[in-house]
Ligand binder design. Sequence first.
Ligand SMILES: Cc1ncc(C[n+]2csc(CCOP(=O)(O)OP(=O)(O)O)c2C)c(N)n1
Ligand SMILES: [Mg+2]
Length: 817
Amino acid sequence: MTSTKTISKVKIPVEEILRDYELANASREASLIGRREVFMGKAKFGIFGDGKEVPQLAMAKVFRKGDFRSGYYRDQTFMFAIGELNIQQYFAQLYAHTDINADPSSAGRLMNGHFSTRMLDEKGRWKKLTDLKNSSSDISPTGAQMPRLVGLALASKYYRIIDELKPFSDFSDHGNEVAFGTIGNGATAEGCFFEAVNAAGVLQIPMLLAVWDDGYGISVPNEFHMIKSDISKALEGFQMQNAKTGLEIFRVKGWDYQACCEVFEKAAKLTREKHIPVLVHVLELTQPQGHSTSGSHERYKSKERLEWEKEYDCNLKFREWILENELSTPDELDKIEKKAKKSARDGKEAAWEAYFESIKHDQIEAAQIITTVAQRSRFKREILEIKKGLTKIHNPLKMDFFKAVKQTLILTRKEKLPSRQRLINWLSRINENNQDYYSSHIYSQSDEASLKIKEVKPIFSEKSKLVDGREVLQAFFDGALARDPRVFAFGEDVGKIGDVNQAFAGLQKKYGKFRVADSGIRETTIIGQGIGMALRGLRPIAEVQYLDYLIFALQTLSDDLATLHYRTKGGQKAPLIIRTRGHRLEGVWHSGSPMGMVIHSLRGINVLVPRDMVRAAGFYNTMLHSDDPALIVEVLNGYRLKERIPDNLMEFKVPVGIPEILRRGSDVTIVTYGAMCRIVMEAAVVLEKVGISIEVIDVQTLIPFDVNHTIVESLKKTNRIIIADEDVPGGASAYMMQKVLEEQNGYHYLDSKPITLTSKEHRPAYGSDGDYFSKANAEDVFDYVYAMMNEVDPQKFPEIYNKNYHIPQWNPEVIDN
Ligand SMILES: Cc1ncc(C[n+]2csc(CCOP(=O)(O)OP(=O)(O)O)c2C)c(N)n1
Ligand SMILES: [Mg+2]
């Protein structure tokens, strides 16, 4: 019979307590060994969960199948305890073993302590998440797990409330899942923490957030982090008490196993049943080894603090508590500790062996071929020296051999040795493998990858209605909400008034306040909300009101959403659609122009800039059928322009990565997109009058970019190119230039200097004049094209202006600011 001891209200079998004790010790040992491995040079960096074992064991007890975690690098004990990580896998990540079987969290792509579970099968399809204990994938920026936590919890609320979601039982069991978050005390000073906690309180969602408070954020103590040096005291005003919304707050000492078990049980029950968010402030934790392998805490902790940390080490206190309660004997606990240590050591050794095995064969083969080449080469001595260099490296990496092979090939470049070819073959095989190890899965590889979504052309007939652009979108969103209950739209002013341009007008009334929802002014958590919901099988359309305000959410977009598929090597996806409006807005903070900022930070997310609303609807449709995330930038001045609604509005799809030729021409190719299309087309008419024919290409999607190389085909014909964009010089235009000249080999076909026509260096000044003189306009397009043709044929195209009027790109030396 299982012996049970009643510990206050929590009944825990003694066996379970002793298993917890063993795990606490195994986890601690893993941390201790991990640090040593780094110092021995077997891993680059280490950050460990020592000093946080006990509360994590308590939290794991209330974490159920179907639940989600969004946490940070201290959570190894929790991950072990829920059975989603073993010690071997833990060390595989430390060694950066590039195999998803060895390191299921990240296939060696993330530094140690970055945990996640695989929610997708090998074809990128969802697994049944209600059968799994799920952890969203950790990222390093402090507090950055918070925005997505909001969405993970909110999904439960929607699965519970919205009847039409009942059939999606792979994702939720009536919304009973809790989203567990963890964060360090220091990171609670981040803006995204407060934004997320506030949002959770407003939304009333099942979120259980544990703060692991060890008093420090690296070297900085609590007094510098938060008001009252105490996050739960600082948050008292957020507490529900008698209000309708808010959160509940629990405080518990992290070294107290019994209290931790009680508190987590209470907190989880409350949030699971009532969907009230809870914060569990776990105090008095320690860092036995300091913050990470980068330094030692003796530098900044007082002697008294260091002594206190020793005394209040949670594993030590756990042992004392077991003995005090006579649940075991010192001898038995010693044995358990010994067993735990051994299991950590065994796990480490197995991980190292597997890692070494995975690289050994290639290294042996390279060394053998290098020796063979040396024997036949005039450079025998030098090559053997290279090989000897390898033997001197203590734990040689893949790159050490890669470099040696390259050096050998360079030395023997003039020799005709058969073994050289073997070396080249080795190199190309390794290169190919490395592509898979280090550079695959930026985008979806499933059948729903956006590049696989086939075009469906719009159909127009006499009965196609001519309406304002915004009504095209409204009709599309209406159809999208009607056909799929997983579609949710939200953002500032999206609900009641149906967004500031009314593309959702009337749709909240029709679909309810959850499907079309207003949110607070909180861009980071609007995006996080979308990421979390998308991770749980929903199809959110998160709106950021204007493109310039994307900057507030850029951290979450760039660090979290854009890297998700890559950093899990296809283990997780969040097919979130972000809707914003931009291009040809006016003003310093309303420019709608910084596309370079977007594309340079958001590789991993499709960036689509439809020039009108019909195309926008087509892109929404494409992306709703895809599992890649996308940012869709609607062109602001398009809402009121008249367009016809395609008869097949809900079927029609615009393909990604395919430019459209808007105008055929023979003299100059102009590559542009978004609102600039209209401006360039305007200039084209004037240019035609002076005998210049331009070919205008709308790239339509910046990411992916012209996958069939349409632009270079145009360049082959015109031999001249201008890239026109309203971003700053060197912004999105430089990206497009690189794509065309380098990737598409466009430089071959140039007869004139390639030119970018952009805005000025500064942000656009206010008003129509400010805009006109800050950004590229139709007259600039004319001038640039004309100057190009003047250089080609001054007879036919005589100079229009004299030397006192400069066109910047043509007189770069006289540019002044
Ligand atoms: C945005 C950001 N700023 C700074 C860092 C560097 N950094 C890594 S961990 C850390 C301290 C975090 O302290 P805390 O939240 O208390 O967690 P702990 O490590 O103590 O568990 C800092 C400053 C980071 N990773 N991200
Ligand atoms: Mg801390």
